[in-house]
Design a protein around this ligand. Sequence first.
Ligand code: FE2
Length: 388
Amino acid sequence: MAFYHKLGKIPHKRHTVFKKPDGSLYYEQLFGTIGFDGMYSNSYHERRPTQVKEMKVGYSVKPKIAIGNNLKSYRFKGFKIVPAPDYLESRKVILTNSDVDIALASPQASTRNYFYKNSDADELLFIHKGSGKLRTHLGNLNFKYGDYLLIPRGTIYKLDFDDENNRLFIVESRRPIYTPKRYRNWFGQLLEHSPFCERDLRRPYELETNDEEGDFVIKIKKQGEIFDAVYATHPFDVVGYDGYNYPYAFSIHDFEPITGRIHQPPPVHQTFETDAFVVCSFCPRKYDYHPESIPAPYSHSNIDSDEVLYYVDGDFMSRNDIEEGHISLHPAGIPHGPHPGAVERSIGQVETKELAVMVDTFKPLLITEEAIEIADETYYKSWLEGNH
Ligand SMILES: [Fe+2]
């Protein structure tokens, strides 16, 4: 996150003596990115955070590739992903490349017997169904329908769900995820023309400080494998921290759409950026107000990016036969656009209720075996007119 946050108690100066009430020391940890050049936080722990008891052999969770070189448009029916009790087992990667995994998850139960940490990737969780609390070693965040949860790599976390009905759209990014640079001033502050500002970004508000010894399993993801690391002290033992590197939440309902007299291009919907893909939020908004405007998009050749749309809610004006939870993939290399009739249908309409999340990747996406199980293989012909 591009602004400072402090939670709990910290010493007056960093790297100085910080004593517990009994006179012994708290233990400092630097939680930093991009070597020592990126965002970081300094946290203060009841126990040394390095006490590994056992490191078990890793097991692979790498996605299995069904189609390595794809030129077909696809539709995937995301709600056909079968729910599973466990959060990590419920995560199914649908699309992948060397920068990003795009996954769906339908966990039925809160994470109880382990903590989770992704050491390779920032995780962006979009909450489509469900509510609860994200619990991390840097504090907690409540979440509900429409929230993005940005969990920086290295964050130790658990998810508590209020009930069994949960649907998540997950972007796992090996490149750091930031808010768009063009919306920030030289100091990092979000500018007046940004579709959201710092007030919309929710920071951790509650620290859990457990001064406990025992056997604490952190499932650590590294290079496509998960290692069960058994720690001798509770991973949530922070008494305070400050800095810029911490998880945060942003509700898609707080995104203020940018509209115009004629059709605005997808970058106006941009919410997050990396150097390998962008994430956009398509939110309910007033349509273009030029008297001759065509609110539906024009056909476009995304010549050098694959385009993924995750449909959340509302009526999807440019598409026929699209329902919530569906994912469309429009690959680089061929043009795509509104379905037959959608352009004509859009003329004269004044607003849209559509809600969708878009991920545009600069490298091509590979399609996994899990994706093929929920794929509509005929979608790529859905632009044909008449009796072809
Ligand atoms: Fe498109």
